[in-house]
Design a protein around this ligand. Structure first.
Ligand code: NAG
Ligand code: NAG
Ligand code: NAG
Ligand code: ZN
Ligand code: ZN
Length: 495
């Protein structure tokens, strides 16, 4: 995730596609007419011999072979109808001591060896090794280091769950046993935890593969922080057949294990600009009265840019324009520079506001340059994917997440959160399929995991890891379950 105010070092990177073509495409009925969804999908044994098992009994150990169970479901057993027992069983697997030990060790190994955008070679290798161990098949490489793994029937419907893998160019300041071994690099945004939690979900889903009424795609994505990882993954087929996608991010605003999200706008659209103001005249000018002064023009521009948000925008429609760098000449004290560069970032929650800001930044800088007899150019890095659309949660996918999380962690451990000005390249997926982005808390004051992401002091409470793994698994398994019911119409959805 990218934070609201950024340093200029992030400039070269980033993305485009402002087109907020958020596709709220309804799950199409025609897609559901596939033979994978007729009654033959269910094991005939299950149809012939409905089970009368209680919910209690359905909490059987992982791996125990059970009938796929549509008919049995009518009686609340075997997760044919989703019940509290299904959530409990998922959480029980996640919290088995050996699984907790394993998920923490995965996270720690990745934390010790942080790799930057598109360089996640060891991280990717570790993930593939664990997938091999779990006997889960995958496609590799996508977007250089990315992986698309598959659990389930291999047939539609397909639901995807995504984790990002990259670290940040930050020197870790936390002294602990598993501190980053790569100088100047750190998992300061929790992507190490995201990978561990998605692998944790893979383990749970594999243990429950016989319950899955479709296919779960596990998307391990490079370069969220500083590149176009999401777009590259999609270009390489990450979303093939996928009809819905979910992603989770750690949050230091929420206590350990608490899940939070909201429907509608959650994260801002994000862009960057860089302006160059040059003197209208030629060469060096010792006297300011002889030519335009780009330094003065730049200063006036920086001041005027503040008015776009404060004087032209609806205060209820949050926006940011922030100048984050300014550079001119050398340290020669008696020579006026011939050109000045400056730039910054912009954020908005709607396409309309986003485009308004883009247009006004350019107008303001060019006009101010003119006032001081200079000329200006403004670059928005449109050709280098430097803009992210806002992250808008799909209402139905949000509702699915909310319902699933409440069943899994209890109503007191689910929070509706406020939108924030950070940006996420997960929004690119949300333009293509209905999507929901949500948080998992890692805040624990006793432990000291209270620092924001991108801080060199950032740390997490690892007790969140099994909960996150269970949440991913439950969101995916239950999506396929509820989808199956809506397709076949043979059971009533149980809320
Ligand atoms: C966003 O706004 C721009 C400029 O007004 C427009 O060209 C574009 O089509 C819009 N995109 C969406 C998805 O509404
Ligand atoms: C299931 O029922 C048995 C016997 O009634 C009980 O001992 C056990 O704790 C129950 N398990 C769950 C998960 O409720
Ligand atoms: C916070 O961390 C401490 C130390 O590990 C632990 O004992 C405690 O249970 C944690 N609190 C929560 C709310 O998870
Ligand atoms: Zn981040
Ligand atoms: Zn992040």
């Amino acid at each position: 995730m990218k934070l609201p105010h950024k340093s200029s070092s992030y400039f070269q990177l980033l993305m485009i596609s402002i087109s907020l073509a958020i596709n709220y495409c309804a799950i199409s009925v025609s897609a559901s007419k596939s033979t994978d969804h007729d009654l033959s999908y269910f094991e005939s044994a299950a149809l012939a011999k409905p089970s009368f098992k209680s919910k209690n009994q359905s909490s059987s150990p992982a791996g125990e072979k059970k009938p796929a169970a549509a008919a049995a479901a009518a009686f609340g057993a075997d997760c044919g109808t989703w019940s509290a027992a299904c959530s409990d069983e998922i959480m029980r697997i996640a919290k088995k001591p050996e699984n907790v030990k394993w998920i923490k060790s995965v996270r720690r190994r990745i934390h010790e060896n942080p790799e930057l955008a598109f360089e996640e070679h060891e991280t990717s290798r570790l993930i593939r090794r664990e997938l091999n161990e779990l006997d889960i098949s995958y496609r590799f490489p996508l977007a250089k280091t990315g992986i698309r793994a598959v659990v389930g029937t291999g047939a539609p419907p397909f639901v995807a769950v995504r984790a990002d893998m990259d670290a940040l160019p930050i020197q870790e300041a936390v002294e602990w046993e598993h501190k980053s071994k790569n100088p100047g690099k750190m998992h300061a945004c929790g992507h190490d935890a995201h990978v561990a939690m998605l692998l944790g979900a893979a383990r749970i889903l594999k243990a429950r593969e016989h319950h899955l009424k479709g296919t779960v795609i596990l998307v391990f994505q490079p370069a969220e922080e500083a590149g176009n990882g999401a777009k590259r993954m999609m270009e390489d087929g990450a979303l093939e057949n996928v009809e819905a996608i979910f992603a989770m991010h750690i949050s230091h605003h929420l206590p350990t294990g608490v899940i939070g999200s909201r429907s509608g706008p959650l994260l801002a659209g994000c862009g960057f600009f860089k302006a160059v103001i040059t003197t209208g005249g030629n060469g060096l000018h010792r006297n300011i009265h002889n030519s335009g002064d780009p330094l003065l023009a730049a200063s006036a521009s920086v001041i005027s840019l503040q008015g776009i948000v404060s004087r032209e925008s609806n205060p209820l429609d949050s926006q940011v324009v922030s100048v984050t760098f300014l550079k001119s000449g050398d340290d020669n004290l008696d020579t006026q520079p011939t050109s000045v560069e400056f730039g910054g970032t912009l954020r908005a929650f709607s396409n309309t506001s986003f485009h308004h800001i883009l247009r006004r930044i350019e107008e303001v800088i060019i006009a101010q340059a003119k006032v001081y007899r200079c000329s200006a150019t403004v670059d928005f890095f449109k050709s280098s994917d430097s803009m992210y659309p806002p992250m808008v949660n799909d209402d139905r996918m949000y509702e699915h997440l909310r319902k699933t999380a409440i069943d899994l962690v209890g109503p007191t451990n689910f929070r509706v959160v406020q939108p924030v000005m950070g940006a996420e390249d997960f929004s690119f997926y949300s333009e293509v399929v209905p999507a929901t982005f949500f948080y998992i808390g890692i805040k624990n004051e006793t432990l000291g995991s209270v620092h924001s992401a991108h801080s060199p002091h950032f740390m997490i409470d690892e007790n969140a890891l099994p909960v996150g793994a269970a949440t991913h698994a439950a969101v995916a398994e239950r999506y396929l379950h509820d989808r199956d019911i809506s397709i076949n119409g043979i059971l009533h959805r149980q809320e």
